[in-house]
Design a protein around this ligand. Sequence first.
Ligand SMILES: [Zn+2]
Length: 202
Amino acid sequence: MRNRQASNRLNFKTVSGQTTCLDPVRSDGINRGNIMAVREILQLGNPQLYMKSKPVERSELPSVRTIADDLHDTMVAFRDKYGFGRAITAPQIGIMKRIVYSHTARPLVLINPELYDLSGETFALWDNCMSFPDLLVKVIRHKTCSIQFLNLDGELVEHKLEGDAAELLQHECDHLDGILAVQRAIDDKSIALRSQKDWLIV
Ligand SMILES: [Zn+2]
């Protein structure tokens, strides 16, 4: 990652079917031009969301940059519409490869991520997902864990995660295995419409 600050909310407009981003910062922090590739996000009910994604082979690494850019653009457009969204995975845009794009404080591309050292201590939260933006689901996640993945240069990276970052990447790694947050609902009262969120207690 180059140290360029990405804004949480980008300005963009669509002209003749092409979306132009007025302040594009791509997956690796490089400004590559002003054309965005906003992909359709598969929605709950689409059988592809329940399928397991395949690992990225070393020979496929160069093509991951383009996929990561599409994930970035798609997430930015989603966030502009719905006001939330911290990460997205390749299978959510129909590419069955183990790639996560996360953008909280900075953009991060995680290739073939694997979680380990999952803590015995857990916590409950109302989770959300770009594949069912109108729903909230109460799930239990591990409080801390570690993750290892390849970056865009094919280097192995390891991070210790806790709190928000830990639950976020547990959610995203589930996507790569075809598991959705709705399947992890704690009980039969753990799915709610987002519009009813003022009633919800963790
Ligand atoms: Zn999701």
